[in-house]
Ligand binder design. Structure first.
Ligand SMILES: NC(=O)c1ccc[n+]([C@@H]2O[C@H](COP(=O)([O-])OP(=O)(O)OC[C@H]3O[C@@H](n4cnc5c(N)ncnc54)[C@H](O)[C@@H]3O)[C@@H](O)[C@H]2O)c1
Length: 345
């Protein structure tokens, strides 16, 4: 098995964590928890913000350059006294006083991350360096949303966190998957060298309301096609598998990881595995039984199978996904229907 823990290096640091703001320890200053969410106007980020804002002791600052996100996703919080929205690109430095950083900023869909690959790698590398610099300066804990793409086209199935991956370093997806691998390296080097408190989540395919319509991701593609009476285009051979995690489960996992004691990397995803053909059949059945399923050519470096082992998340965070695909899909269909201006079924 091409995975080996022997030279992973110690995940632990001997350095003390940087000192947080003195206000944290003040007896008289009743401060809220100040939480920065980069990429908070995006799909997962905006659901995370919704959940964080439910706690009256949280102040949430979102930074986003709106490349793939939208203010619309945060509409209900704009103007709220505990909420702040900043148009900012994470490839530039940022100075804000915060206690926690959820670092999500990065396009997640291949259509967008391949659009400007140099920018994608800058976002992953310079963006993560900037956020780590900020965490060091203000003594904040930082969580990186890494990805199952760090496993590449895996030779080990299903994937445990100890698997080092099978990634093409020069392919068209490398800006994203190698970018995230460097981001993980930076997180651990800052942890070991500077004592920064880090958390790394390896996110597997996530779906739910507010995903970009037509963003090329398979669930959004199938739903949009079924709603528009267009054939569902399955990339050949259709037997490649993915696992799909509903966004509320994902947010719960990310928050548990941030609050828990484990640095990670920890897989967060739903181990329920579906072939692309099975997914197309399910969407067809739920949304539009009349629609046709059509086989099309595949894209380069498309992994054949992906399925997380989630025993670490289960043991160290007490986390497991709760929402089944058949229960989650209708929420997304309803959201797409509204955004496409289609009448309710
Ligand atoms: N959705 C998934 O299935 C999935 C899977 C694995 C990993 N992830 C990771 O989770 C995170 C969120 O993914 P998502 O699905 O919500 O994607 P998304 O594209 O909806 O959200 C990303 C957000 O980051 C913003 N952004 C991009 N580049 C930026 C930059 N340079 N500066 C500031 N903001 C920037 C975008 O405008 C957007 O709001 C990403 O880091 C992604 O890599 C997601």
């Amino acid at each position: 098995m091409p995975s080996n823990n022997a030279s992973n290096g110690s995940p632990h640091t001997t350095k003390p964590a940087p000192t947080p703001s003195p206000l944290r320890a003040s007896k008289f200053f009743q401060s809220n928890m100040r939480i920065l969410v980069t990429g908070g106007a995006g799909f997962i980020g905006s659901h995370l913000v919704d959940k964080l804002m439910e706690n009256e002791k949280n102040e949430v600052i979102v930074v986003d350059n709106y490349f793939t996100g939208s203010k619309d996703n945060l509409r209900k919080w704009i103007g709220h006294p505990r909420f702040e929205l900043i148009r900012h690109d994470v490839t530039e430095t940022l100075l804000v006083e915060v206690d926690q950083i959820y670092h999500l900023a990065c396009p997640a869909s291949p259509v967008f991350y391949k659009h400007n690959p140099v920018k994608t790698i800058k976002t992953n590398v310079m963006g993560t360096l900037n956020m780590l610099g900020l965490a060091k300066r203000v003594g904040a804990r930082i969580l990186l949303t890494s990805t199952s793409e760090v496993y590449g086209d895996p030779l080990v199935h299903p994937q445990p966190e100890s698997y080092w991956g099978n990634v093409n370093p020069i392919g068209v997806r490398s800006c994203y998957d190698e970018g995230k691998r460097v981001a993980e390296t930076l997180m651990f080097d800052y942890h070991r060298q500077h004592g920064i408190e880090i958390r790394i989540a390896r996110i597997f395919n996530t779906y739910g309301p507010r995903m970009n319509i037509d963003d090329g991701r398979v669930v959004s593609n199938f739903i949009a096609q079924a709603l528009r009476d267009e054939p569902l285009t399955v990339q050949a051979p259709g037997t490649q598998t993915r696992s799909f995690c509903y966004v509320s489960d994902m947010v719960d996992g990310l928050m548990r990881l941030m609050e828990g004691k484990h640095t990670g990397p920890i897989n967060i995803g739903n181990p329920g595995e579906f072939t692309m053909l099975e997914l197309a059949e399910t969407v067809k059945e739920i949304v539009n039984p009349k629609v046709e399923i059509k086989m099309v050519e595949n894209t380069p470096d498309d992994p054949r199978q992906r399925k997380p082992i989630i025993s670490q998340a289960n043991e160290s965070l007490g986390w497991e996904p709760k929402v089944k695909l058949r229960d989650g899909l209708p929420h997304m269909v309803e959201d797409f229907r509204q955004r496409l201006g289609l009448p309710k079924n």
